[in-house]
Design a protein around this ligand. Structure first.
Ligand code: NAP
Ligand code: HSE
Length: 435
């Protein structure tokens, strides 16, 4: 008995999978009870240098050497992007092959179609590596916490941005240098805008929301904001105020109105919170179940071997199911039947805010600003004024607010903007106490 694997992609993740399957052959065989064998791997360029050179004949540029190949039982999609990945996965399911994928962009946008096809064809689609790299959060939500009503899921879900934020705040590295390092370490997406503008983490958040709440939010209904607007002085102010800035993913039921709030944005977190200590490429997820209480999972969120660890874990599970003929627990509540319920509009979500204004240093500015805030029911918790730039006569005014709906804050900022004393666009960062 043997399970044959076909890879769609032999890049960072594909190479990691090949390394583990080849170098841990005996261990895996002992764990499963029979060997795994890598049969074919799809690439674009047969001549490109490979860090873990494949055996002769493994690489191919013909996708149908993998998809629909009757000798291959499990197709592992680690090529990324929407097409041709989507079509190849659908075809593999039609041909009766099981699928393992690390492609969160694809599942967040076409997941319904893919899981519908999997249900029709009675094949599996496993995707542990699609969220938070090595951390087994999909299995935790699907199985370990299945007894719970999930109250909240908070997460740091992107390794590249967490690496950049850590380097900027702890080592004063520039944004561009930190991003270049993350790329060279194999953490970033083929298009790193997906990382830094928050889209990649939002894709993962959509998958976690679906598993936790059975609701598949549309990306356009989620407030998504990346890290490109953060400036070094915001890290300094955050530290002075006792906070750490993280790119925070949140899916939570509001205890007052019972509605689902889903957001992805930079947030100031209390420096003593567990999530604040998650640095570098590490990711973390904190799930609160009504019965389990808080569960905290942390581990490498990107990179060759951590991601391959999750992919090979899925391959092993599929291999066991394939050989025993058993059906797995479906990935969530039957994804194909998930509701597309709108989540709470961003404007209705309440938060506290850090606001940094660059204003002219003249009498009446603070009181006018406070007046604009009062008019829209924004209550100020703390004010800090720092230094004067003698060339521009500008001061930094930092305001922390009490909790307020985002819509009210936007109106207050619009009004303040008409008063004529801003010398630059205000900076806004949400403050989360994570209770
Ligand atoms: P990558 O290094 O860019 O590798 C992509 C591989 O797919 C390459 O081998 C490439 O061939 C092949 N490929 C891409 N498009 C193809 C096409 N149209 N036809 C044939 N081959 C094609 O990407 P990666 O970092 O491994 O990421 C792969 C997937 O895993 C993505 O969905 C990503 O979001 C996800 N993921 C990545 C990480 C990570 O840390 N990198 C972590 C979790 C999830 P060539 O080698 O010939 O170019
Ligand atoms: N680009 C992604 C990240 C890869 O940096 O987290 C892991 O999904």
């Amino acid at each position: 008995m043997q399970t044959n694997i076909g890879l769609l992609g032999y890049g960072t993740v594909g190479e990691g999978v090949a390394r583990i399957i080849s170098l841990e052959e005996t261990l895996l065989s002992q764990k499963i009870g029979w060997p795994l064998k890598l049969s074919k791997a799809l690439v674009r360029d047969l001549t490109a240098p490979r860090g873990f050179p494949p055996p002769p004949g493994l690489l191919t540029t013909n996708p149908f050497d993998v998809v629909g190949n009757p000798d291959i039982q499990v197709v592992v999609e680690v090529m990324g992007g929407i097409e041709p990945a989507r079509t190849l996965i659908l075809k593999a399911l039609e041909f009766g092959q099981h699928v393992v994928t690390a492609n969160k962009a694809l599942l967040a946008t076409c997941g319904k179609e893919i899981f519908e096809k999997a249900a029709q064809t009675k094949r599996e689609v496993f995707f542990e590596a699609a969220v938070a790299g090595a951390i087994p959060v999909i299995r935790t939500l699907k199985e370990g916490l299945a007894a719970n009503r999930i109250q909240s899921v908070f997460g740091i879900l992107n390794g590249t941005t967490n690496y950049i934020l850590t380097s900027m705040s702890q080592h004063a590295t520039s944004f561009d240098t930190a991003l270049a390092e993350a790329k060279s370490l194999g953490y970033a997406e083929a298009d790193p805008t997906m990382d830094i503008e928050g889209e990649d983490a939002a894709h993962k958040l959509v998958l976690l929301t679906a598993l936790a709440y059975g609701v598949l939010p549309s990306l356009k209904d989620i407030h998504i904001e990346g890290i490109t607007k953060l400036e070094p002085l915001d890290f300094n102010f955050a530290a002075a105020l006792g906070y750490v800035i993280k790119l925070l993913a949140k899916a939570a039921l509001n205890p007052e109105d019972g509605r689902l709030e889903v957001s992805l944005n930079p947030a100031m977190l209390p420096k003593e919170h567990l999530l604040s200590g998650v640095t570098g490429v590490m990711n973390a997820v904190m799930v609160r179940g009504h019965a389990s209480g808080d569960i905290f999972l942390s581990g490498a969120g990107a990179g060759m071997l951590p991601t391959a660890s999750a992919v090979v874990g899925d391959i092993i599970e599929v291999a066991r199911l394939e050989q025993t003929g058993a059906q797995s627990i479906r990935p969530s509540l039957g994804w194909h039947s998930l509701k597309g319920d709108a989540v709470k509009p961003a404007g209705d979500i309440r938060s506290s805010y850090y606001l940094r204004f660059s204003v002219e240093d003249r009498p009446g500015v603070l009181s006018s600003l406070a007046g604009a805030f009062a008019k829209h029911n924004i209550s100020i918790a703390q004010v800090i004024q720092k230094g004067v730039d003698p060339l521009t006569n500008t001061v930094y005014l930092v305001i922390l607010t009490h909790s307020a709906p985002e819509r009210d804050l936007s109106h207050a900022l619009e009004l303040a903007g008409t008063l004529g004393f801003f010398t630059a666009k205000p900076q806004l960062i949400r403050v989360e106490n994570l209770n």
